[in-house]
Design a binder for this molecule. Structure first.
Ligand SMILES: C[S@@+](CC[C@H](N)C(=O)[O-])C[C@H]1O[C@@H](n2cnc3c(N)ncnc32)[C@H](O)[C@@H]1O
Length: 230
């Protein structure tokens, strides 16, 4: 991994959404426009946000990450490329999604490789709970997409079970991929999984509308496009 020297805080400010966060957030105030908003929860080193923002300048990307060092690291990557369509909050997404995001205001939510918290006694620290899935579902607009990936089969089962139990979500597709071809990973952790040869499990859900009859319509940005920066 190339070392990226963090830029001074003044240069990162345009990318940082700092507390106190309004309840709820006004996306127009956050981004200065009315473009569609997609959220990534737990963005880590920000590879998915970076490539998505570069590939889709007409989409606003909002990242929520609990660790300040990753918020600043990712903001540096955005600032170096002078991207204007990314904002990053340092917050616990379990609270943030519920309290700060306007219901029905988000086109897609991406959660890639959430921490598995392997030990049973630590499972309560996991991101995925019925409450988190309910908050994400509420945040999505009609036909909005909930996109998930992990290399932990047991956690994937928990995640998909929670989504299946959410009546407003319809399964679009799931897949299990062992892909070692260079350059086809979306995130840093996906790259690690590929290097180890660990299968990656993916699922996409779509928020139902009364009119929804087919799970194939919709306009979320294509996250299967190979990344431009790795
Ligand atoms: C295993 S890493 C995956 C990072 C990135 N998505 C990837 O695939 O490379 C999980 C990330 O989620 C963040 N995280 C964990 N709990 C969180 C929470 N409650 N709210 C926001 N971020 C969280 C961690 O700090 C970490 O950066």
């Amino acid at each position: 991994m190339r070392r990226t020297k963090r830029l001074p805080l003044e240069q990162l400010t345009p990318y940082l959404c700092e507390p106190p966060f309004p309840e709820p957030l006004d996306w127009r105030a956050v981004f200065g426009n009315d473009r569609p908003v997609e959220i990534e929860v737990g963005f880590g080193k920000g590879l998915f946000l970076l490539n998505s923002a570069l590939q889709h300048p007409d989409v606003n990307y909002f990242g929520i990450e609990i660790m300040r060092k990753y918020q600043l690291f990712t903001a540096t990557r955005m600032a170096i490329r002078q991207l204007t369509n990314v904002r990053l909050a340092k917050a616990d997404a379990r609270h943030f999604m519920k309290v700060h995001v306007v219901p029905g205001s988000v086109r897609a939510i991406h959660v890639y490789f959430p921490d598995p918290w392997w030990k049973k006694r630590h499972h309560k620290r996991r991101l995925f709970t019925a409450e988190f899935v309910a908050a994400c579902t509420a945040a999505l607009q009609a036909d909005g997409e909930f996109r998930l990936a992990t290399d932990v089969a047991e956690y994937f089962a928990v995640m998909t079970e929670l989504c299946t139990a959410q009546p407003q979500l319809a399964l679009v597709n799931t897949s299990e991929v062992v892909d070692t071809s260079a350059g086809s990973f979306l995130t840093n952790f996906e790259r690690k999984a590929q290097l180890k040869g660990t299968p990656v499990h993916r699922a996409t859900y779509r928020k139902r509308t009364p009119e929804t009859t087919s799970p194939t319509s919709g306009g979320t940005t294509d996250t299967t496009t190979p990344p431009t920066i790795s």
